[in-house]
Design a protein around this ligand. Structure first.
Ligand SMILES: Nc1ncnc2c1ncn2[C@@H]1O[C@H](COP(=O)(O)OP(=O)(O)OP(=O)(O)O)[C@@H](O)[C@H]1O
Ligand SMILES: [Mg+2]
Length: 261
């Protein structure tokens, strides 16, 4: 087999035969997914299909019951001892999680900090950036998400869409290898959805590696390179976003799309 520089490089995120149970219920049933540098993977599927569980497992917010997750080839959350996996301690997990940015449905900003302070907090405290470097980067990122004029505002003075854009800037400020989104627009008023999706679309065009759980099929078609359709804890179909959404191979995805579009 010919090994090129390209193929020798591990995927940014590799999910291999991931199993997640809640009690006797299997929320993820052997999910395998590779996400390569610069890819934008949209995860779609009906409610309860395991989309958030998958994002939460990748972000190390959940223990796993089978399989493995790797970031740049490094096993996440566990260390291998012979044939066994042993869970890493809190600190080691926190170290790994730094490389995984996550933006949730509910914008979680510090209410007592300004927009700018929200964005510089992580880089200073966790990455050890100097306040002046962190501030310079924060201003750049806030400009990128269209909030250059809101640096000194407090979260409660912003709209939901603006708060979510601060949350995206805050996640980016940690310079993550990959950015995970779990339905970043589903808590927003309809007229604010577009401004947040525009920011995510800009990041996609800039080549940021992202995994986006979304029910915005139009967005998935336009911004994602690949779409993954989940049902009942499994990946039922995946492929290039445009063709997969235009002409699904499985009846399941066809039915799903006819319901949501
Ligand atoms: N903490 C938990 N305890 C027990 N069951 C859970 C837990 N979290 C999720 N589940 C179950 O796992 C399944 C997958 O849930 P998940 O939240 O991943 O679905 P989802 O695809 O994100 O759905 P939605 O589109 O509604 O957000 C569901 O049946 C859910 O009830
Ligand atoms: Mg969910």
């Amino acid at each position: 087999m010919q090994v090129t520089a390209e193929s020798a490089r591990p995927p940014v995120v590799r999910v291999h035969k991931l199993v997640k149970r809640y009690g006797g219920f299997e929320a993820l049933r052997s999910v395998t997914l590779d996400v390569h540098e610069g890819e934008v993977v949209a995860i779609i599927g009906p409610s309860g299909s395991g989309k958030s569980t998958l994002a939460r497992c990748i972000h190390q917010l959940e223990s796993i019951d089978g399989g493995a997750i790797y970031l740049d080839g490094e096993l996440l959350g566990y260390r291998r001892y012979g044939g066994h996996l042993r869970a890493l301690g809190e600190r080691a997990v926190a170290q790994q999680r730094r490389h995984l940015g996550m933006v949730f449905q509910q914008f979680v900003l510090f209410p007592h900090l300004t927009v700018e302070e929200n964005v510089i907090e992580g880089p200073i405290r966790v990455l050890g950036d100097s306040p002046s470097d962190a501030t310079k980067r924060a201003r750049h990122l806030l400009g990128r998400v269209g909030l250059a004029d809101k640096l000194q505002a407090y979260p409660q003075q912003l709209s939901g869409g603006q708060q979510q854009r601060v949350a995206i800037a805050r996640a980016l400020a940690m310079r993550p290898r990959v950015l995970l989104f779990d339905e970043p627009t589903s808590a927003l008023d309809p007229e604010l959805v577009g401004e947040v999706l525009d920011v995510v679309g800009d990041l996609a065009r800039a080549g940021k590696t992202m995994i986006v759980v979304t029910h915005e099929i139009g967005f998935a078609r336009e911004a994602a390179s690949r779409v993954v359709f989940m049902e009942a804890g499994r990946i039922v179909e995946e492929g290039p976003a445009h063709t997969t959404l235009a002409a699904p191979r499985t009846e399941r995805l066809r039915t799903f799309l006819s319901r949501v579009i």
